[in-house]
Design a protein around this ligand. Sequence first.
Ligand SMILES: Nc1ccn([C@@H]2O[C@H](COP(=O)(O)O)[C@@H](O)[C@H]2O)c(=O)n1
Ligand SMILES: C[C@@]1(CO)OP(=O)(O)OP(=O)(O)OC[C@H]1O
Length: 160
Amino acid sequence: MQKFRIGFGYDVHQLQPENEFWLGGIKLDYHLGAVGHSDADVLIHVICDAVLGAANMRDIGYHFSDQDPKFKGIDSKILLKEVMDLVRKEGYEIGNIDTTICLQKPKINPHIPAMKKCLSEVMNVAEEDISIKATTTERLGFVGREEGVSAYCAALIYKG
Ligand SMILES: Nc1ccn([C@@H]2O[C@H](COP(=O)(O)O)[C@@H](O)[C@H]2O)c(=O)n1
Ligand SMILES: C[C@@]1(CO)OP(=O)(O)OP(=O)(O)OC[C@H]1O
């Protein structure tokens, strides 16, 4: 019998001017960008956490410490690729992932096809198994004030 496991990820990054805004593996053209030790791609970070959590393999900061200069400014796609290698070594494959980005501006919908294509290539998972959604927080809270971006991810993994 196939064994299914679920995982969940949540992450926040601050938004500041003069930072690049990487999201879902692509660079957005916006006057604010995300702050982090890595490239601060919050969507990729929650996917890493959900997939690792589903496999009960700790979290992104456990595997790639934000105290380690090796990861300073790192492209989060490299971390996601490594996470996929780690869980595949344990015999897991992705069923599907479902994500939500919480961002007041800019609109994400036009960028979702490019993000899905990119993540599909990095993860080696079919685009139809990668869902990306976005919501504002109706100008409420840190997201609403454009002080930060957050994201959530649910992941289903299985052993064949
Ligand atoms: N950064 C965002 C936020 C939202 N969207 C899309 O707009 C829809 C309406 O947003 P609400 O916060 O008012 O619910 C939402 O369902 C998304 O389709 C977006 O593209 N980018
Ligand atoms: C990705 C890492 C490592 O560079 O750093 P950040 O970009 O700061 O991201 P965060 O989600 O706060 O923590 C995870 C860290 O491992």
